[in-house]
Write a protein that binds this ligand. Structure first.
Ligand SMILES: Nc1ncnc2c1ncn2[C@@H]1O[C@H](COP(=O)(O)OP(=O)(O)O)[C@@H](O)[C@H]1O
Ligand SMILES: [Mg+2]
Length: 243
């Protein structure tokens, strides 16, 4: 997560703002992808901050590699807090199914994943009656398969005024996750790959986080060694210590 101000991402944040504007009109998804440390979570968190400041209802979860085996772990993070309020909007069979998925009820019979996914869409639609909704998930490559199934299902049936804000670690050349390329209306998947930070942005970053930044020749070497990756730049600068 970002510990200081976001630097050097004006273009990326402007894209995120435009996406939030458009979500009011039509469901869609904004996918931030790229290598580890390049700043995906930072852009994601800034977009959430912007959404919240506009009164958008944000349901958020950060998928974790250690929880990939836990069924519906991410779904529970997304809707757990709202379930008690929204459950009444669902038919009883869906209420039971979602309650079981969220580990709030026991069931005698196995629950159909489709029933849970349908209930999830119902919860989104119910919340979206009162506000624009942003479903924000960091690191979708670590979604547990059950949550991923429910989200893919939901992506194909996104209610009005619901948007997805996702990050994925990986090669932007790969197809988007959750079947998004086929799930959404034409032109409603926006993909963003944050590039290397500029020299000026790296200077700001090091200054903000470490209290000082190296002089320009050393900064240029650091930019080259890190490829403009802010995580690597911070690691290298910390390892080198104050010059
Ligand atoms: N634009 C930025 N401004 C300030 N700090 C940043 C920026 N981008 C990344 N960082 C910092 O770099 C590190 C890695 O960023 P992060 O967003 O976690 O990367 P990713 O999610 O792509 O792995 C974090 O410490 C983060 O605070
Ligand atoms: Mg991250």
């Amino acid at each position: 997560m970002t510990l200081g101000p976001v630097v050097g991402r004006d273009v990326e944040l402007a894209m995120a703002r435009r996406f939030l504007d458009s979500t009011v009109l039509e469901p869609g998804a904004f996918l931030v992808e790229g290598e580890a440390g390049i700043g995906k979570t930072t852009v994601w968190a800034a977009a959430i901050g912007e959404a919240e400041s506009r009164g958008i209802r944000v349901l958020q979860a950060r998928a974790a590699e250690t929880e990939v085996q836990l069924s519906y772990a991410t779904l529970a993070d997304l809707v757990g807090a709202d379930f008690d309020v929204t459950r009444r909007a669902l038919p009883p069979i869906q209420q039971h199914a979602l309650a079981a998925a969220l580990l709030r009820a026991e069931l005698d019979d196995p629950v159909q994943p489709r029933t849970i996914a349908t209930a999830f869409v119902g919860v989104l639609a119910s919340i979206a009656e009162a506000a624009v909704v942003l479903v924000a998930i960091d690191d979708v490559q670590w979604l547990d398969p059950a949550s991923a199934g429910a989200l893919s299902f939901a992506a194909r049936r996104l209610p009005e005024r619901v948007g997805l804000l996702l990050t994925r670690r990986g090669d932007p050349g790969e197809p988007p996750p959750l079947g998004l390329e086929r799930a959404l209306p034409e032109g409603r998947l926006e993909r963003l790959t944050p590039g290397p930070l500029s020299l000026a942005a790296l200077h700001h970053l090091l200054h903000d986080r470490l209290g000082s930044a190296p002089p320009r020749p050393a900064l240029a070497r650091l930019a080259e060694a890190s490829g403009g990756n802010p995580f690597l730049a911070l690691e290298i600068a910390r390892a080198l210590g104050p010059e």
